[in-house]
Structures are given as structure tokens and as C-alpha cells.
Design a protein around this ligand. Structure first.
Ligand SMILES: NC(=O)c1ccc[n+]([C@@H]2O[C@H](COP(=O)([O-])OP(=O)(O)OC[C@H]3O[C@@H](n4cnc5c(N)ncnc54)[C@H](OP(=O)(O)O)[C@@H]3O)[C@@H](O)[C@H]2O)c1
Length: 192
């Protein structure tokens, strides 16, 4: 099998490979995407809740961006979702827990890597890691994240849960979208 890695301008990460019989086939690699809102200290939560007042723009962005995709969360984030929003509609919900099971509302795994392998086998193009701190930081530390959508909310909300900013910037990120007048969001992709 001859492998040709070909940059494709419109769809990133398409690999075109050619079998020895000369037939062309394509394989789409899965993107693992972190989506989070952080305060000035990269705090994300307090008392297992979001610490800031309802932020309509960010919640709508979260819904629009993740809709139709898999969302993977830690068990405490699952617990933190209001019951009427659980499971998150229109998305496959995966919950990581070492002890608890969440079927039939969500698929459970004891390890994040197993959840990602499952998503790859199911041929998902994109999966979202949606929190909380334990899961974000594990995924960052293990360099499992390909892209990050981070909403930077001004202020300090005295959080008890954080994204490890130092660890995050241990990787190299190429910023693909910067905050604008209408939102405070940075979108970036990992390059190393
Ligand atoms: N600002 C944002 O964008 C955002 C997004 C999501 C959540 N949050 C906030 O984040 C906070 C919750 O974060 P958190 O760090 O406390 O909890 P979490 O990451 O949501 O969940 C932690 C739990 O997930 C399971 N888990 C995580 N990694 C695991 C692993 N590698 N192997 C096995 N199990 C694993 C464990 O569950 P078991 O104990 O069941 O084994 C662990 O206790 C809340 O305040 C929430 O509101 C903020």
C-alpha cells in the first residue's frame, strides 16, 4: 500500500492512499475538539456549576457547534447539566467514569482513549470534549486535542476548577480565528 499525504484545501486532513492495484481510496481522520469557556484565570467552574451569569451567545455557539456530533464529558459535568438538557439533544453523549454507568441516556467508558477509539471505529469526523476540568486537562496533557474553541470571558469568577493554561500552551497552537467585536472566542489547531 502506497500512502500519499495530500493537502486538501477545503477539507483538512484527508489522506489519499493508493493500493498496489492502483485504486484510489480516501480516509478521513477524526478531529478531537476541545470546547470551553474560561475566565481570566482560565477558570471553568465553581461548585460543579458554571460560575458566570447565563451567557446566551456562548451557549448558542456551543449548541450550534456541537450539534450532530459526539460530545464526551466527565461524570461531574454530566451531573452538572440541568435534567431537562440531559442527555444533550441531537448529539451522542459519552460519559467517562471509572465506576458509574449512564445507559440508556449516554454511552459510558472508563477511559477517554477507549471512548475516542470507539468514535474512530464509528467513523466520526469530529468529536467534542466538553469538560470538565479533569477531562480537559487529561486530554491536553496526553495531546489528544486537535482543535480548541475557547471563549474568553472577561473577569475573575473565583473558580475551583481550571484548565491548566501552562499545560495547554506547552503544545503549539495555530490560531485560526480571533475574538471579534461580537464574541470573545479563540479557535486554534494544534501544530505540535
Ligand atoms: N466552562 C466550561 O466550558 C465548562 C464545561 C464543562 C464543565 N465545566 C465545569 O467543570 C466542572 C466539573 O469539572 P470536574 O473536573 O470537577 O469534573 P469532570 O471532568 O466533569 O468529571 C470528573 C469525573 O469524570 C470521570 N473521569 C474523568 N477523567 C477520567 C478518566 N481518565 N478515567 C476515568 N474517569 C474519569 C471521573 O468520574 P468518576 O468519579 O465517576 O469515576 C471523575 O470524577 C463543573 O464546575 C462544570 O460546571 C465548565
Amino acid at each position: 500500500m502506497v500512502y500519499i499525504h495530500q493537502a486538501c484545501p477545503s477539507v483538512p486532513r484527508i489522506y489519499i492512499y493508493q493500493s498496489t492495484q492502483g485504486k484510489l481510496a480516501t480516509k478521513l481522520t477524526m478531529r478531537t475538539v476541545l470546547i470551553a469557556a474560561v475566565d481570566n484565570a482560565w477558570g471553568i467552574g465553581k461548585d460543579n456549576k458554571l460560575p458566570w451569569p447565563h451567557n446566551k451567545e456562548d451557549l448558542e455557539y456551543f449548541k450550534m457547534t456541537t450539534m450532530g456530533h459526539v460530545v464526551i464529558m466527565g461524570s461531574k459535568t454530566w451531573d452538572s447539566l440541568p435534567q431537562r438538557h440531559r442527555p444533550l439533544k441531537g448529539r451522542m453523549n459519552i460519559v467517562i467514569s471509572s465506576t458509574r454507568r449512564f445507559e440508556p441516556d449516554a454511552v459510558s467508558f472508563t477511559r477517554l482513549e477507549d471512548a475516542l477509539d470507539f468514535c474512530r471505529q464509528e467513523k466520526n469526523e469530529k468529536v467534542f470534549i466538553i469538560g470538565g476540568g479533569t477531562l480537559y486537562n487529561e486530554a491536553i496533557r496526553k495531546r489528544l486535542i486537535d482543535d480548541a474553541h475557547i471563549t474568553l470571558l472577561p473577569g475573575n469568577y473565583q473558580c475551583d476548577t481550571f484548565i491548566d493554561r501552562v499545560q495547554f500552551f506547552n503544545s503549539n497552537w495555530r490560531i485560526t480565528s480571533l475574538p471579534t467585536a461580537s464574541h470573545q472566542r479563540m479557535i486554534c489547531e494544534r501544530t505540535l
